[in-house]
Ligand binder design. Structure first.
Ligand SMILES: [Zn+2]
Length: 458
């Protein structure tokens, strides 16, 4: 008996040692994937003047509105005049076109006509201020205040900050007499926040009609972040190579209308409520695959502590990690096709059973899921043929993922390492929508970068 106990104990010790060995092996044999690049000296920038120019741009209330697209016409025209005045050398070097009334397309002709062009995207418009929240702003949203080392206001980040960064760089280079080898397009849409159909889509159509095809496109997206993950002490520059898809489904439950004095078992509101509860209870599964898996593989070797062990051994710790991710919206969104119940309409009288109940559900799809697979998930989860499911116009599958082995990713990666030598570069998934997929079906595709941000092959 005592011998049997001893054998079990020895087995347990052996198992623990083997497990520890495997964990340590996986943790320390995954070498760094960071490119070795010599740091280049930073270009001198008059930060005060650049900040003042961006602050001025924030003062134009270029709020886009789906129903009234012309409401910000004057603000956009003022913004155009501001851009023209702020960047004279660039305007002398590049050709400007106005597309869809308010979008700007600049062509900076390259010296080598055979070299494939590239495009930089940003948008001029901003989202409105939620009514009643004006007093919650630490600085007024449209005053363009510079204080405490920051430029404050709506659009300072999304996306006038990008637009200005690009033009500040282009202006300095044009002033120094630089001419690009390949043609560079700058496309600044005016309605990104309301789908981009009049702006980015029109620009893409125009370029397609001219037979322009890009080597790559850089658009708003991810950024250089600090403290995104415990155990990673250095800032991380995430290059968005993938973007989520956008699917809205409208569900309609049909029932016989009637008087509330004799209600049947199946009512429209009852059926719809049950269906929606099912959808919230049976959300699409969390998954670590594709770009997100590659991001962890790239970050893990740069980390220290227990989190490095976890990320290096997802075969064992995946459930633990997913449980942590599920606790917050932003992290959960990177590993799951999200389900959001956004609109519910039914009934208008307290003693009448309505003939239908309508609900709108918005899904953000991780790459790998499609409009068809999500619709099928909804159909089988609600399992009720008296509820119809209709797609919203403008739904999109996740756009194609840019391979990290591509020369354009590698070039952007190297450039970030040269300019910011202490930064870890990794691929990332953009969880919000940009102008990029709006133009997906066109031969000239715009797609998904902030300071370093998002890149997509054409
Ligand atoms: Zn944006």
């Amino acid at each position: 008996m005592r011998r049997a106990l001893r054998n079990i104990l020895l087995l347990v010790i052996a198992a623990v040692l083997i497990l520890g060995g495997v964990l340590a092996f996986n943790t320390f044999t995954h070498g760094s994937r960071q490119l070795q690049a010599a740091a280049v000296p930073r270009a001198p920038v008059d930060t005060q003047a650049a900040a003042a120019r961006l602050a001025e741009a924030i003062r134009f209330r270029t709020i886009s509105n789906y129903e009234r697209p012309d409401q910000n016409a004057e603000a956009l025209r003022d913004m155009h005049a501001h851009i023209e005045k702020s960047f004279p050398a660039f305007h002398a070097a590049a050709k400007r076109e106005i597309v869809g009334n308010y979008s700007l397309l600049y062509t900076w002709e390259g010296s080598d006509p055979k070299a494939q062009p590239i495009a930089f995207l940003a948008h001029q418009d901003v989202v409105p201020i939620a009514p009643g929240t004006e007093k919650d702003w630490r600085q007024p949203p449209f005053d363009g205040v510079i204080a405490d080392g920051f430029i404050w206001g709506r659009g300072s980040w999304d996306d006038k900050g990008n637009l200005h960064s690009m033009l500040e760089a282009a202006e300095a280079m044009a002033k120094a007499g630089f001419r690009p080898k390949r043609t560079i397009y700058f496309a600044f849409g005016h309605d990104e926040e309301t789908a981009g159909t009049a702006g980015a889509k029109a620009i893409a159509a125009l370029l397609a009609s001219r037979g322009v095809r890009f080597d790559f496109v850089i658009d708003e997206g991810l950024l250089i972040t600090e403290g995104i993950i415990k155990g990673l002490d250095k800032p991380a520059a995430l290059i968005g190579v993938a973007e989520k898809g956008y699917v809205t489904l409208v569900l309609n439950a049909h029932a016989i209308p009637g008087h509330s004095s004799m209600p049947p078992r199946d009512t429209a509101i009852g059926m719809m409520s049950a269906a929606l509860a099912q959808l919230e209870d049976h959300r699409l599964p969390m998954q670590i695959r594709g770009t997100v898996a590659e991001m962890f593989d790239t970050l893990a070797p740069e980390m220290s502590g227990f989190n490095r062990v976890v990320l290096s051994n997802l075969w064992l710790f995946k459930p633990l990690l997913l449980r942590e991710f599920e606790k917050s919206g932003p992290t959960e969104a990177t590993v799951r096709t999200t389900t959001a119940l956004t609109i519910f309409n039914s009934g208008d009288k307290d003693n009448v059973l309505p003939g239908n109940a309508e609900a709108t559900v918005n899904f953000r799809l991780i790459p790998g899921d499609t409009q068809a697979s999500v619709t099928e998930h909804v159909r089988s989860t609600i399992a009720n043929d008296r509820i119809s499911i209709k797609p919203f116009p403008g739904n999109t599958d996740p756009p194609p993922v840019t391979p990290t082995a591509s020369p354009s990713f590698q070039m952007l990666n190297r450039t970030i390492r040269e300019v910011y030598p202490d930064v870890i570069v990794a691929p990332g998934l953009m969880v919000a929508a940009t102008d990029s997929p709006t133009t997906q079906e066109l031969p000239t595709r715009f797609s998904g970068s902030r300071r370093c941000a998002q890149i997509r092959m054409i």
